[in-house]
Design a protein around this ligand. Structure first.
Ligand code: BGC
Length: 347
């Protein structure tokens, strides 16, 4: 069958690969791949920066943002042929560590976890894939192709949960939220902030294209310079990973403010900063910086709820380009107005 393959560790090795049918070991639910989303992690995989294949394999099927349709599912699995489904990315480490043993693989302590399409497991960028029902997320038929947004949204439902948990260390009543980066992660963070009734302010470099309008459609303020921010942000969701942006925003945190770091930047970059002054400010304000990666099972279910409650036409505008599997490497070449690019696995 056809699949999106790379040679791990080798730059520019992305190609339309011909691979074996998915092994039964991957799980009892057989799925027809419909769409997979491309994100910064895929770009890094393709540049050979990281990524490992299945043990003994010289290639890796990438694609961790998934949507498929069930072809076969055993009785009692909770799935039936025709159901839409998304796959969970991470699997617990084999030991397992204390966090993985409790189902918190997104907080794996020993780093021995595996990830579909990223680390030691083939991904979902193939015409067919298999998944264990426990790691399969039911996607309501009404979401249709927008179900491909479940995985990236799960990153934000987890991020917001982290913010809530840190925030709850004292009285917590955020009103204003600053989001840095208006890519898919920033925009989905803004969507959730809007659903929670917060004032939303999104910072990005671009001045035109679909991003400003998407932010305004949520009722948010679009900024191209931090100086334009007219409120004190109780919460910052940082989705650029750019050191200078992180530094500048951390200084804005009020007492008990929370900043969640949800993005990474390829870097390396060096900036000259007065870190001791920032540390003093964070300390005397009880301000918190918290990093977040990946998502647990409940975050996927929360993501389905977020998408279900969103304006469908707004979500549709997030997907700015759909590329057929036959030409999938073109999805990796950024175009000016790209937000979320998806690969149509039947094309
Ligand atoms: C995925 C996460 C994953 C991370 C690091 C992200 O793009 O959404 O699930 O843990 O990459 O591999």
């Amino acid at each position: 069958m056809r699949a999106m393959t790379v040679t791990p560790g080798k730059a520019d090795s992305a190609k339309l690969g011909e691979v074996a049918e998915p092994p039964e070991d991957d799980g009892s639910v057989l799925v027809e791949g419909l769409f997979t989303g491309i994100c910064g992690t895929d770009i890094e995989l393709v540049s050979g920066l990281f990524g490992t294949g299945r043990p003994g394999s010289d290639h890796l099927v990438i694609g961790h943002e998934s949507l498929g349709r069930v072809l076969e599912a055993p009785a009692g699995s909770g799935f039936s042929p025709g159901d839409l489904v998304a796959g969970v990315v991470r699997r617990p480490d084999p030991e397992p560590c204390a966090a993985c043993a409790r189902g918190e693989w997104d907080f794996c302590r020993n780093g021995l976890y595996t990830e579909r399409g990223i680390k030691e497991m083939d991904g979902y960028g193939a015409e067919r894939w298999r998944v264990d029902p426990y790691f399969a997320v039911p996607v309501p038929a009404a979401l249709g192709h927008l179900g491909v947004l479940v995985e990236p949204t799960s990153i934000l439902t987890k991020a917001w949960e982290q913010v809530d948990r840190v925030g709850a260390r004292s009285w917590y009543g955020p009103e204003q939220v600053l989001i840095t980066g208006a890519g898919p992660i920033g925009l989905l963070a803004a969507l959730i902030a809007t659903q929670r009734g917060y004032g939303v302010h999104v910072l990005d470099r671009v001045v035109d294209g679909p991003k400003p309008e998407l932010v305004r459609a949520l009722g948010g303020t679009y900024l191209t310079d931090l100086q334009q921010l007219s409120v004190v942000p109780d919460v910052v969701i940082e989705a650029t990973g750019v050191g200078q942006v992180v530094f500048d925003c951390a200084q804005l945190l009020p007492p008990a403010g929370v900043m969640c770091l949800a993005g990474i930047h390829p870097g390396p970059a060096t900036i000259d900063v007065q870190l001791d002054a920032l540390v003093r400010q964070l300390v005397v304000r009880n301000a918190a910086l918290v990093g977040t990666v990946n998502a647990g099972k409940r975050h996927y279910a929360d993501a389905v709820d977020v998408l279900g409650a969103a304006d469908r036409s707004w979500l549709e505008r997030l997907i700015t380009r759909t590329v057929p599997l036959s030409d999938w490497p073109s999805a990796l070449v950024r175009e000016p107005d790209d937000i979320k690019v998806v690969v149509d696995l039947r094309g």
